[in-house]
Design a protein around this ligand. Structure first.
Ligand SMILES: Cc1cc2nc3c(=O)[nH]c(=O)nc-3n(C[C@H](O)[C@H](O)[C@H](O)COP(=O)(O)OP(=O)(O)OC[C@H]3O[C@@H](n4cnc5c(N)ncnc54)[C@H](O)[C@@H]3O)c2cc1C
Ligand code: SF4
Length: 348
């Protein structure tokens, strides 16, 4: 590993002032330190956010929304009873990710910022436009069975691997950031970039900006009774998604009044198409209505390699996730022991 300087500031302001080109912010280190060990990331300075107390709070806001500090651990958020009751599909998505040990160390800021798991991005000896612009894309002719079917370009076909970001996208989360030019809010829809011809530009963060918090708007809590996260993967633990779906509904008098829908593991960002949600409004929660929404969400999907199967898999997963959501958020999920769902939770 390359030598680097290490700093541990006590405030966001100090962290921002410590930033200089070539530096990287450190959350739980479960992604960044791995990439440093294999030479994919080589920061000259690590700015460890781990001692910044102002980044550690989970706040349930008076209006019904929530604000989650960037340093909150993935496990702490998923196991927070008030949070899980109001935003169950975010808790369910977090608990579907990684392993217990990783979730105990990983932060929500780091989860939002985690790098793609494309095999060639993680191999410094392979051509990769995202890691080293202009070198090419080894995945186009290589191991691409789990790569993008939406929003990809000739330059890059990688996917965003985060589970947590999928329900956050469906629920319209806002990312609070702070940097040398001050504070600003970025809607999650604008946070991650599609590759275009500059896949190295991954997020809307400017140099020196760090994620301070993630905010869920009050209206997101109105979906708590009918909200599910479905993750399809090769084994039921410790595996990234092949396809995942966050599906949330509001149902009154047997009709859907509002829907939220996002797909994970199909593009370089969580994939949300509001037109697909609008198709569900006013409909009875039937398989036919769900299939129409699935087709709208998948409009424009095309294989980028040996991954055409993901389109049909996604179509079926969307219908299934909407059916699960229509059946109601379970008060208990025995499959998630030691979580907020292990005991009865009342979804507001
Ligand atoms: C074996 C394994 C399996 C996994 N499986 C899954 C899975 O199934 N689903 C899933 O969603 N994830 C999975 N993960 C990924 C895991 O969720 C991420 O590693 C984790 O969320 C990153 O959080 P961290 O705090 O450790 O980030 P770090 O490793 O500290 O940082 C990651 C990136 O974010 C940047 N960063 C961190 N905090 C901030 C901040 N506040 N502001 C700006 N930039 C910041 C860092 O500079 C770095 O580029 C897996 C990881 C491993 C190692
Ligand atoms: S898909 Fe993207 S991340 Fe993977 S090798 Fe190609 S350019 Fe790199």
């Amino acid at each position: 590993m390359k030598r680097f300087d290490y700093m541990r500031p006590l405030s966001v302001a100090d962290a921002v002032s410590a930033y200089k080109p070539g530096a990287a912010y450190l959350g739980g280190g479960t992604n960044l330190l791995d990439l440093m060990k294999i030479g994919v990331m080589q920061p000259e300075t690590l700015i460890d956010l781990g001692r910044i107390a102002e980044l550690e709070a989970i706040e349930m806001l008076p209006d019904g929304g929530a604000r989650i500090g960037a340093l909150v651990k993935n496990s702490d958020l998923a196991y927070d009873r008030a949070f899980a009751a109001a935003f169950p599909m975010v808790a369910e998505a977090i608990l579907a990710g990684a392993s217990g040990q990783l979730r105990n160390a990983a932060t929500v800021g780091g989860n939002l910022m985690q790098k793609t798991r494309c095999t060639y991005f993680q191999d410094p000896h392979s051509p990769c436009n995202r890691r080293e612009p202009g070198t090419g894309c080894a995945a186009r002719e290589g191991d691409n069975a789990n790569l993008a079917v939406l929003g990809w370009s000739d330059a890059c076909i990688a996917t965003n691997p985060s589970d947590m970001c999928v329900p956050l996208a469906a629920l319209g989360a806002v990312i609070e950031v702070q940097g040398p030019a001050g504070k600003r809010d970025i809607p999650i829809a604008n946070f991650h970039f599609l590759p275009g011809d500059q896949p190295e530009n991954e997020t809307a963060l400017q140099p020196g900006e760090l994620v301070v918090a993630i905010r869920l708007p009050a209206e997101a809590a109105a979906f708590a009774r009918n909200a599910r996260y479905l993750k399809v993967r090769e084994r039921t633990s410790f595996a990234f998604a092949l396809v995942s779906v966050a599906a949330a509904l509001q149902i009154e008098g047997g009709r859907i009044t509002e829907a939220r829908l996002a797909l994970g593991a199909v593009a370089a960002k969580p994939w949300r198409v509001t037109a697909a949600e609008e198709l569900l409004a006013g409909q009875a929660p039937t398989a036919e209505a769900f299939a129409r929404a699935a087709d709208a969400l998948l409009q424009g999907a095309r294989p980028s390699g040996e991954n055409g199967y993901k389109i049909e898999l996604a179509r079926r997963a969307i219908v299934r996730a909407l059916q699960m959501s229509a059946a109601g958020t379970p008060k208990r999920m025995p499959a998630l022991p030691a979580s907020s769902f292990a005991e009865e939770v009342s979804h507001v």
